[in-house]
Design a protein around this ligand. Sequence first.
Ligand code: PCA
Length: 218
Amino acid sequence: MKILITGFDPFGGEALNPSWEVAQQLNGKKVNGAQLVAAKLPCVFAQSLGALAAAIQLHQPDAVIALGQADGRSDFSIERVAINVCDARIPDNDGAQPVDEPVIAQGPAAFFSTLPVKKIASHLKAQGIPASISQTAGTFVCNQVFYGLQHLLCNTKVLSGFVHVPLLPSQAAARSGASMASMSTETLAQALLCTVDVLVHHLQGDGQDIKIGMGANH
Ligand code: PCA
């Protein structure tokens, strides 16, 4: 079994991106019989989906976990849904700032994650790692990659989804107030390994997610 983990280049003036810091740390590791491979995606609307498709083509994974940085989020934030819109709050790393453009012309409004999001969140919480289900991946490059990923794999057996991770402590130290939320690379790596563990069991089991309430007001 092979699991592809993607992370992003730094963006928005940051020197690093926690999503890639943790993805590259796990590259090449074997967990419970699952081979982990990592790929870095550019934070560029015009390039991210091509790089994602190339990594999937190269590695032929059984599951894909795409990661991205989310300023101000305080936990391992498992995304439920990707929407077919790009509405960039800031320019991407190439200076592009699309407004109200579809990710895929004529595509459906949204795709759900095919990862067992509730199993993952509850397992992480049971391990003492802050985690939750998020109802929005935003409208920047992360949502674009999430939507493109689900669109690419929607008629396959490959499971896929997206997780937003907090800033690293070194990044958060430069912020103030609620946007100082952070998670260490050690905890991020532990969270990802737990996620892989859940996925391995899920792929070997009945493939059903659990039904427990984890709804939110936003
Ligand atoms: N986070 C951005 C794009 C790249 C990343 O790591 C986002 O949330 O869209």
